[in-house]
Write a protein of this length. Structure first.
Length: 323
């Protein structure tokens, strides 16, 4: 397949990377079918979010925006700061008090101004919207709720279909606010590609699964999970709309997989052992779909499976041991 022209300008400026797609011998053996890992943990900021952030921030800069302000539990802020630095934009990131010091230090090292406030992302986001309303020269950068972000994220599908000889039967993706899922579904729709999607969450942050299974948006009372990067109290409505569209067009099924924190962390540890790479428990949720004996029983796919290794910078060896 020829690479899509979507976000081609951001790609040409190297604001995000075409990441490796590798076969995992261990997971292929466990699943009984070829399993490939899309290593978006190798994006410049450490997560897939560079894709959407690159496309969004480039479009804003072309309109004359010089200052951006982001609300983030970490990875969206890191992506915003990373891309802003490349584009010469000023960047402020407002993060909730649950954000790891490791991430705050990384943001500051990228030249971002960091403000810590609010009990969770929703509270931090409310502060950001107030700040933007008071300053017309500043653009609001949401962590997941913007169509330009989703289009940027959809580039992962272009790369997967270009690199794989056999089209994947299933793509496994972690879901927090739903931006990555929206991008994956947009990419599959653009290519008219038939592929099942498994949406992975931890049980303390399962806003998509609860909404998908009940047929309406659900607002969680709080986030009770070490996977703080999945910590949106309500998933994007577009994630539900696009999932329904994917199924109604007979492009494939969208199913949920909910793991425990322990299963997510264990998947991170097994992934580090097998592939020598650290990822957050938020990413471990997707890996747990195949690493966990309990969850793997529900995956009966034949044909290639792709796990979107979305990454995450809020992790180090000490944190993995604590979890």
């Amino acid at each position: 397949l020829k690479m899509s022209s979507v976000a081609s300008e951001a790609r040409a400026k190297k604001l995000f990377r075409q990441t490796p797609l590798i076969q995992s011998d261990t997971l292929s053996r466990l699943a009984g079918t070829p399993v490939y890992l899309k290593l978006d943990a190798l994006q410049n900021s450490g997560s897939f979010k560079d894709r959407g952030m690159a496309h969004l921030c480039l479009e804003l800069s072309k309109k004359g925006v010089t200052n951006i302000i982001s609300s983030s539990g970490g990875n969206a802020g890191l992506a915003a700061a990373t891309v802003a630095k490349q584009l010469g934009l000023d960047c402020t990131v407002v993060v909730p008090v649950t954000t790891k010091q490791l991430v705050v230090e990384k943001l500051e090292s990228l030249g971002a101004t960091v403000q810590v406030t609010g009990e969770n992302w929703n509270a931090a986001d409310a502060v950001v919207k107030k700040m933007v309303a008071e300053d017309t020269s500043t653009a609001y950068i949401p962590p997941y709720e913007n169509p330009l972000l989703w289009t940027g994220h959809s580039t992962v599908i272009d790369e997967i279909y270009q690199e794989l000889d056999d089209a994947p039967s299933t793509i496994i993706v972690s879901v927090g606010g739903g931006g990555l899922l929206c991008g994956v579904l947009e990419g599959l729709d653009r290519l008219n590609a038939k592929c099942n999607v498994i949406a992975a969450e931890t049980d303390g942050a399962s806003s998509f699964a609860q909404a998908w299974n009940s047929g309406e948006l659900v607002t969680l009372a709080g986030i009770d999970s070490v996977a703080t990067s999945l910590g949106a109290l309500q998933v994007s409505e577009s994630a539900i709309v696009r999932s329904k569209s994917h199924e109604s067009k007979s492009l494939g099924t969208v199913t949920t997989a909910i793991c425990s924190d322990a299963e997510a962390v264990d998947a991170c540890l097994q992934f580090a052992r097998d592939h020598r790479m650290l990822v957050e428990p938020a990413c471990g949720a997707a890996l747990a779909v195949l690493y966990s004996d309990r969850l793997r029983k529900n995956v009966r796919e034949q044909g290639p499976i792709v796990v979107e290794v979305c990454g995450g910078s809020g992790v180090n060896l000490d944190l993995l041991q604590q979890w």
